[in-house]
Unconditional design. Sequence first.
Length: 282
Amino acid sequence: MLKQRVITALVLLALLLPALFAANPLPFMLFTVVLIAAAAWEWGRLNGVGAVQAWLGALVCAAACAIAAQAGWVQSTPPQLWLVAGAMWVLLGAWMIQRGVSGWLLWPRIVRWWVGLFLLVLAWLALAQAHQRGVNFLLSVLVLVWAADVFAYFFGRALGGRWVAVKLAAAISPGKSWEGVFGGMLGVFLVAWGWSAYDQSAGVLVPSFYTLLLAKGWWVAIPALLFMSAMSVVGDLVESLVKRSAGMKDSSGLLPGHGGVLDRVDALLPTLPLAMMLVAWI
């Protein structure tokens, strides 16, 4: 399993890094469209729409990304769209976690399918726009999610259940604890402080997500970072809930040793659009 994970990670990095740092944004856009289309295919399978419709969802998702790019939304997205994305993730995420698997299955299958496709397209649009703002900006958003996940894992392992006896969402993901959430938030604050300090000392031309927030003051940055950390957990829990409703451990086997694409990007799905929302409105 470990060998598979390492090989898959190396192959993905070999494809991603040249696209990420290419002068032309097209390779990155094409590579990420393929990934988001694969995630759309997985989404169809998780919601039981059938093989043909799952493939159709992948095509629809890729086509929608292409149309958005052609319309110039990668360069300049209407700010109202990010508000829609934020409202959907906050309200839908809270409802799903509160109602659990049984509540999610009450929705008509076709509605669940289309909602997921729409959110996947928004995530790709945010990813592409963040990349065009600059690699430093994009990486700062990605690392925020990774830091929250890594710190949550180690804090959860070391302190889970010692401070708060109640599990975070026992019916959805029994291994997650409130201590892990608090640790993830601490990790995000440390990364934000270190990254913004580096931006200032190095005089980088493209400011990071953290630097843009801190330019408005800590009174803005602190709640924004807490919000982003919390929403990364929501993304993880939502995907776990959908997998549990489908009776699946992984979203697919597309990435040997890692599961599926959705398993790797679940926490990014809400945080990428929300990062663009905060930048656009704050």
